[in-house]
Every structure is written in C-alpha cells, then in structure tokens.
Design a protein around this ligand. Structure first.
Ligand code: GLU
Length: 462
C-alpha cells in the first residue's frame, strides 16, 4: 500500500508551495488506493498548532483534499522519541557528547583556518572515561565513518553523499528535546510512510534521516524531492507573487479546481495537456514525472485557467459562490442572462461580482476620462435624443429589441455607433468598456435606462 503524508510546520497558514506538495502526495496516495496522512511538525512549541491545523484543514476542505487517520502532532510524541533515543544509546548507536559550546566554537575556528568544512570531530564517539562535571550532554548518532550514503530520488535520480560529509549529528539537545531530522525519520517510519514527497529544500536532510532509519532498523521509503516554485521574476517566490495563504486565492475569486489545475502543472506535465480535472490528474499523475528543475509562477496562466473554469461552471453554482462577494443572484429574475454574459467575460469571481453590480446598480460616480471622451462633441444632445426614442418605443424587452432601437437611432441621426455608444455607456455603468449595451439595457429595463440617462444629463449640467 502507498502511504504518503503532508508534514507542514505550523506557520499559521498553508501557502501554495505547500498545497502543491500536498496535492502531489494526495494524488499519489489516492491513485494507488493508499493513504494520505497529515502530520503537524510542531516541535517548536512556541507556535499554536491547533490553530495552524485548523487553517490547513480549512484550505484542504476548500480545494477538496482529504486525509486519512488521525492527525499526528509531533508535540504529543516526545516520550516516544525519547524511547527511541534511549534504544540507540543502549545499542551503542548513539552516545552522549560533553563538548561545551566554547570547545565547539574553537574546533570550528581551527577547521575554518585550515579551510576545512566545520564538522564535529567525533571526540566522544568511543569515550569511556568519566564525563566532565557540569556539562549537560547532547546525544549524537554514530554516522558511518567511511563509504557513501546513496539513495534513488524519484525526481532527482541517484543522490550520493560521501560519509565524510555527514558528521555524528545531534539527535537530542542538552535539554533532552529531539532534533528535526531524528523525529521526521521516526515519524515517517512509524506512520508507515512509503513515499515521501517534499520540497527539495529538504534534499540534504535526507542522508541524515537515512542514517536514523538504518540505526533503528526501519525500512526506507521512496523519496521524491520537488523543486521549488520561482516567482515570475525568476527569484524566490515572494508574497506579492503568490507566496501567500491559499485562502487568499478564494478571497480573490479563484475557483479551487483552477488553483489545483494550476498547481499540478507547475512542475509536472502530461504531454502538452493544460486542463486537468481531478479525475484526469488521478489518471495520469506519477511523481517520477515531476520536473527536476524549478518551475515559474505565472499569474496570467492562473487567470486563464480560472476563466476557463468559470465559463464552464453552472449558473447556479456561480450564483452561490458570488454571495461571498456580496452579490445575491440566486433568486434574481435576471440571473441567467447576467451569468451567461459575465461568465464569458470575467477571469475571477471578484471581477464578476464587481461587473455585475456595475450593471445592477446605477453609477454613483463617473469616470472622468470617459466623460471627457464621450462628451467632447454633441454627446449630451444625442443622449437626450436617445432618451426620447426610448420613451417613445414599445416592447423593449429582449437585447435584440434594444439593439434594433439603437440601429434605428444611428441610422436616423446618420452617425456612427460610437457617437451614442460612448455617452450611453457612461450613463449606464459610469465608464467606457463593459458588456454589450443592448444586454445592459434589457437587464435594467426601460425605466432604469431612462433614469440613468437623466441622472447623467443632470450631472453634466451641474
Ligand atoms: N515540516 C517541513 C516543512 O514544512 C516538511 C518536512 C518534510 O516534508 O519532511 O518544510
């Protein structure tokens, strides 16, 4: 059985890099009918892990990732870690080291002076004498003295590290607390993790974790180290470019399936296919196909995907989602026409809500530039004349009725469409651009069209 896990350090929220590794791990477990587990790496007790877990689960819920079994909290497991440390001490695979900070600093300075890489020199490895008084020892693991540590990374290929590059590292501090690489290895082994998929910032932790696995006689999992996500500028992903709370994407009006689709392709591909439903991801995903180089965050691509998923969503679903953006269309009589129009035009739900409100609510203010452009000639007279034509017309219901009226008007006045189009746009929505005018007028109706024209003409006189 394939068992994967997501093991965030509780930083307070889930960011998209984390969501991407979680997605890869989730896909691999679900595809294989295995398990996807959640472990909170909260050994740094200063942080509130319950709150962080809540945030992560909230983000998982939003995008539709679920996990199996109980959440494992490292902060609950100190006794367990201690028992494994004692076991290694008993078996002579770990030892107490009494070196003081001053001694360590001195050793480091000497090594640097000789242009050597600073490393612990193993002086207590086989120590049998009387320990110096007044020093609380750390516990170090016996790392191999010669040979190599080799593992096959499912993404990076064979990774070989000379034993001389890994010293007898600390597995418990002088206050007894276990260190990061020790607890990760113990947890992954005890949680039955078969496939560790994580960021490649952990690549060089892996040899140390392998030493722990071997000392404790645990089977090694397969490792996949996923390259990082770079910003559009090719630098480390910054807050501005997406290194932010996943839930922020919800606030900005992204659909969860668009974000997942974006993330799955950020570092993985299947031919040149861009659009993936979760079912298709499950069908095609294999972590060995993850790119070995870094990928670049492309906000336009995310927008493009979001527009695609908005366009293909039902109006009922969109109406529900738009309520989070202060727009209540579920039982609105113009719901279908509004959503049919705006799902084709908008890239986010936020944009959609804003543009629909612009149609449904008379403009409070007018765009200055648009006013100048639309009314530099006889715009005001034309607008007043159009209002008369509207007043006189009968049976203005469908967009085609309004369109026919507009056509008769420009023909009679012998003007181009823009001559009346621009002033009318400013009257209806307060600016240039926006959707088809016939659509807007058929949605707001005759009375409201007249009232918006009237309002702008009054404004112009003032
Ligand atoms: N807690 C680590 C992190 O948030 C992940 C460790 C791992 O996946 O092994 O980067």
């Amino acid at each position: 059985m394939v068992v994967t896990r997501f093991a965030p350090s509780p930083t307070g929220y889930l960011h998209i890099g984390g969501l991407r590794t979680a997605l890869y791990s989730w896909l691999w477990a679900r595809k294989n009918g295995g398990k996807f587990r959640l472990r909170i790496e909260d050994t740094d007790l200063a942080r509130n892990s319950a709150e962080a877990t809540k945030k992560i689960v909230e983000a998982f819920d939003w995008v539709g990732l679920n996990y199996d079994d109980e959440v494992v909290y490292q902060s609950d497991r100190f006794d367990l870690y201690k028992s494994y440390i004692l076991k290694l001490l008993d078996e002579g695979k770990a030892y107490r080291c009494y070196m003081t900070k001053e001694e360590l600093d001195k050793l480091r300075e000497e090594q640097m002076a000789r242009k050597e890489r600073p490393r612990y020199d193993g002086r207590y490895r086989d120590f049998t004498g009387t320990p110096p008084a007044g020093v609380d020892p750390v516990i170090r693991i016996k790392a191999p003295l010669e040979g190599e540590i080799v593992f096959d990374d499912g993404i990076k290929g064979t990774i070989t590290i000379k034993a001389s590059e890994v010293d007898d590292f600390i597995i418990a501090r002088s206050d007894g607390t276990p260190t990061y690489n020790f607890v990760v290895a113990v947890d992954d082994a005890l949680m039955g993790i078969t496939d560790v998929i994580r960021g490649d910032d952990h690549l060089y932790n892996t040899p140390k974790q392998i030493i722990v696995y071997e000392a404790l006689g645990f089977d090694l999992p397969r490792f996949y180290h996923v390259p990082m996500i770079l910003g559009p500028d090719g630098k480390k992903l910054s807050k501005r470019h997406g290194a932010t709370d996943v839930m922020e994407y919800k606030t900005q009006g992204y659909l969860p399936e668009a974000l997942l689709n974006f993330l799955v392709r950020l570092g993985w591909s299947h031919g040149d296919q861009e659009i993936f439903s979760v079912e298709e991801m499950l069908e095609h995903f294999d972590p060995t196909d993850i790119n070995s180089g870094a990928s670049q965050y492309n906000p336009d691509k995310l927008l493009w995907l979001n527009a695609h998923y908005i366009k293909n969503s039902s109006n009922e679903r969109l109406a529900k989602l738009l309520e989070d953006f202060g727009l209540y269309l579920l039982s609105h009589d113009k719901r279908e026409i509004l959503l049919d129009i705006f799902k084709e035009r908008c890239k986010t739900l936020a944009e959609m809500a804003q543009q629909i409100k612009e149609v449904l609510e008379a403009p409070e203010t007018y765009d200055e530039k648009a006013l100048k452009k639309a009314f530099k000639g006889d715009g005001a007279q034309l607008l007043a004349a159009f209002a008369e034509a509207v007043e006189a017309a009968e049976g203005l219901h469908l967009p085609t009725d309004w369109h026919a009226l507009l056509e008769r008007f420009v023909e009679k006045k012998q003007i181009g469409f823009g001559k009346i189009g621009m002033p009318l746009r400013v009257a209806l929505i307060g600016r240039l651009g926006g959707p088809d005018l016939s659509d807007v007028m058929s949605i707001v109706g005759k009375e409201e069209t007249l009232s918006r024209i009237e309002k702008l003409l009054t404004h112009l006189q003032a």
